[in-house]
Design a binder for this molecule. Structure first.
Ligand code: NAI
Length: 787
């Protein structure tokens, strides 16, 4: 065969990576593994096989973690945590650096074990997964080194339970373990049942690198073992990556426990191609977007949206490229795609494809030879998929993209955002205005301009909507493994039921405060009101008793005020200052009200009003200063980390500090562009209902602040269930925290609760970046930059 004919046919023989070191490693363990707990491997116990997807052959047997195993591992992690956290940042940095180095020294072995266990091409494990994993340890060695200066007044969370999936077993492990350990936490990690081997290999390497016993524990097992871990009371945080369904279960299981939680879940990410795109580059982008790792990527560009005028040309080029892809066994260095994870996954993929075709989708599929024996599925595109088809909205998690066309940029945004997910988006256009305009409009945690599936340890990764919450990587990822010291010791709040009036008598002039919805005072739907009793037992007036319908109206008004998020930060700053000014003009009236309601002395009441005015000014100040970061990852381009508003936020105000508690929660939310539905303190609601007069005179647009009085537990539950509420802050009883966290699973809204612990709202710690971080979600926009 001549060289020219090689170029023509691209037909060449397999070139297999040597797997002898990996096989030797498995043989040295007799192909049977226990768990890694407290620095040692336990004896192999009752377990299950892990297979080689490329051939279907058994690789090894691992143990099935029982609840007792999980408990022992957590105890080991707990025992090690104090000592690990007590090391200096530099000492921990040295350990993480040692982990990075030992990964690099053993990169080939890890890459081969990973390719064998997962079925993905060795080219990817060797060139992407393992180098990026090492980079995670380097990067986080850096955060350990800088911890004291960069994260003052923050402590590690403690013991972290981590559950990871099978699509990037080693990379995902490093994403989870590196930040947790760097910042002084210890870990119990459960790898996915189908890909446990590199986690066990890593345990051995960590031991050799001198990681102290108990700092890292690996318990293998299936979903049940994961559930034991996530539900165990001995851990302080769950960090989960996997399916949205399991993410929901974990949210429900951890509700009210006080555990931190980050969820990195599924996606159905748009890949948007404009007619002015470099089409060949965009075709290559699709190869990376949906055929990298057989499409088993949470941020895969699985929904191709192509501008109508170029669709035929684009599909033709894509088809040509697709036909040239090579599918093969994972150790063959010349392949583009390997096997999918197992037979169940393959059946799931082909079922979804068949159903989409039956519904009218047009099938483009690579006519490639698939190796015998393993679980292979060819590269596939489903064109003109009806938007009602399951394949158009559900995650396929295989090498299958669905494709639709659009005409205008607005239509592209509509289609892109028509998904319950919001993990990533990729935008292809040679017009920078168009690309960046869209980058702002798509609902996603990560946006790639003229690139796709690029990731780095220094750039936060994570989604919005039902793709989960929290970020991994970079500074924002570090905060997810820390807690502010200020609130750690707050005492449990004693909840006091509002005093009941005696009889029907009103001691004051009859005044019933209405609700405040969409900039207007509104009667409660049920026409019920309740009397508010002051500190001296007198009835001060009445407030409406809001119900589900009032919450619905308030949320609708808040949604309609979406333009608040698009206002300039300067504009929002001005309005917050103005709110402060108008409150100050009525300071005496507000102080009297506080005194009447709560019985505090006059000077304390005045101090609460003054603190509230100052806090409004603080958030006015922050409004144009809480900005993003420009990341410079080690690849061409920049990543712009932009904090964005979450959307509509519910706020259950704390019962104490009726004015300052309300301002402390609401001001950071509106300063960052959210719209709020606030439920005032139940025993002392008038400071908030009086505040709407301040709002009305301060140019705050209608719908940005809505107030519904009534039972915070009932109204909190309504807000938690509402699918158009994107975030919910709840300060009240521990039971309230549990309820809102449990019910928030509907749309996986972001919650922020005090777990029934009364924070000191007067403290300077009750304002600032901690609250602003909860009020925003970071969108990382990758843009080309430089040569
Ligand atoms: P999964 O979400 O069930 O598994 C992920 C991890 O969670 C595994 O370690 C598993 O053992 C564990 N797990 C399962 N049930 C659990 C529970 N109740 N409590 C705690 N941990 C539990 O994902 P699976 O079944 O492997 O894949 C199913 C689908 O999920 C895929 O087809 C894909 O659509 C999606 N998926 C998404 C991933 C992502 O990165 N977003 C990763 C893996 C799967």
């Amino acid at each position: 065969m001549s060289v020219a004919s090689y170029f023509d046919t691209m037909d060449y023989a397999p070139s297999n990576e040597d797997d002898s070191a990996a096989r030797d490693w498995l043989a040295a363990h007799d192909h049977r593994f226990g768990h890694f707990i407290g620095g040692q491997f336990t004896d192999p116990a009752d377990g299950f096989d892990t297979f080689e997807p490329a051939t279907g052959k058994v690789l090894a047997q691992v143990s099935r973690g029982t609840s007792a195993d999980v408990g022992i591992a957590i105890a080991a992690a707990r025992k090690a945590q104090k000592g690990w956290a007590a090391l200096s940042g530099h000492e921990r940095a040295l350990k993480l650096y040692a982990l990075a180095r030992i990964i690099q020294r053993n990169a080939r072995l890890i890459a081969v074990v990973e390719a064998l266990d997962n079925g993905k091409p060795i080219r990817e494990t060797r060139d992407i997964d393992i180098p990026l994993a090492a980079r995670h340890f380097y990067h986080h060695a850096g955060w350990a080194q800088l911890q004291d200066s960069q994260f003052p007044n923050h402590d590690p969370l403690g013991v972290i339970g981590q559950v990871i999936p099978w699509n990037f077993p080693f990379l995902m492990l490093s994403w989870k373990i590196a930040p947790a350990l760097a910042l002084g936490n210890t870990v119990v990690l459960k790898p996915a049942e189908s890909t446990p081997l590199t986690a066990l290999l890593f345990a051995e390497l960590a031991q050799a690198a001198g990681l102290p016993d108990g700092v890292l524990n690996i318990v293998t097992g299936e979903g049940e073992t994961g559930a034991f871990l996530a539900g165990h009371e001995g851990i302080d945080k769950v960090a989960f990556t996997g399916s949205t369904d399991v993410g929901r279960k974990i949210r429900a299981a951890t509700a009210g426990s006080g555990k931190s939680l980050t969820l990195e879940l599924g996606g159905k990410s748009p890949f948007i191609v404009f007619e002015d795109a470099d089409l060949d580059a965009a075709v290559e982008g699709v190869v990376d977007a949906i055929w990298f790792n057989q499409g088993q990527v949470c941020c895969a560009g699985s929904r191709i949206l192509v501008q109508e005028g170029i669709a035929a040309d684009f599909y033709a080029r894509l088809n040509t490229r697709m036909q040239g892809l090579r599918v093969g066994t994972s150790l063959d260095k010349t392949i583009d795609m390997g096997a999918v994870i197992d037979a169940d996954q393959r059946a799931r993929i082909s079922g979804m494809v068949d159903r989409a075709v039956a519904q009218g989708a047009q099938l483009l599929q690579a006519d490639v030879a698939l190796p015998e024996g393993g679980t292979y599925y060819p590269p596939t595109v489903l064109c003109n998929v009806p938007s009602t088809a399951e394949a158009a909205s559900e995650e396929i998690f295989g090498p299958v993209a669905v494709s639709m066309t659009f005409r205008t940029p607005d239509e592209a945004v509509l289609l892109a955002n028509h998904s319950r997910y919001g993990l990533s988006a990729s935008i292809w256009s040679e017009n920078i205005n168009q690309a960046l305009d869209l980058a702002a409009s798509v609902e996603a945690g990560i946006v790639w301009v003229n690139c796709t599936n690029v990731m780095d340890a220094g750039v936060g990764f994570g989604g919005v909507k039902e793709s989960g919450f929290g970020r991994e990587g970079g500074r924002e990822g570090c905060y997810d493994y820390l807690r502010p010291r200020a609130f750690a010791k707050a005492a449990l709040r004693k909840t006091v039921a509002p005093a009941k009036p005696k009889g029907f008598a009103l001691d004051a002039v009859d005044r019933t405060a209405k609700l405040f919805i969409g900039g207007k005072q509104a009667r409660p739907d049920g026409n019920h009101s309740t009397s508010v009793v002051g500190a001296n037992g007198q009835v001060l007036g009445a407030v409406g008793l809001g119900n589900r319908k009032d919450i619905r109206n308030a949320v609708e008004a808040a949604r309609a005020a979406a333009s608040w998020g698009g206002k300039s930060q300067h504009n929002r700053a001005q309005i917050l200052f103005y709110l402060g000014e108008n409150l100050s003009a009525r300071a005496d009236e507000f102080a009297d009200r506080l005194r009447d309601m709560t019985g505090v002395k006059a000077d304390k009441a005045k101090a609460e009003v003054a603190a509230s005015i100052a806090r409004l000014f603080s958030y006015g100040a922050w409004a144009d200063k809480y900005e993003g970061t420009v990341h410079m990852p080690p690849m061409r381009g920049l990543a712009l980390a932009v904090p964005e508003a979450i959307g509509v936020a519910g706020v259950i105000c704390p019962p104490e500090a009726p004015l300052l508690g309300f301002v402390s929660a609401v001001a950071p939310l509106i300063a960052t562009g959210n719209r709020v539905v606030a439920i005032p303190s139940e025993p002392h609601p008038f400071s908030v209902t009086d505040f709407y007069q301040v709002a009305e005179t301060s140019d705050l647009p209608a719908g940005v602040l809505n107030i519904v009085t009534g039972d915070p537990n009932a109204l909190g539950a309504e807000l938690a269930k509402h699918n158009d509420v994107n975030a919910l802050w709840a300060f009240g009883s521990a039971e309230l925290a549990r309820t809102v966290e449990q019910l928030s699973v509907s749309n996986l809204k972001r919650t922020f609760t005090d777990n029934g612990r009364a924070w000191d709202w007067n403290s300077p710690d009750a304002e600032g970046e901690h609250f602003l971080r909860h009020a925003t979600q970071v969108k990382n926009i990758w843009v080309p930059y430089g040569a």
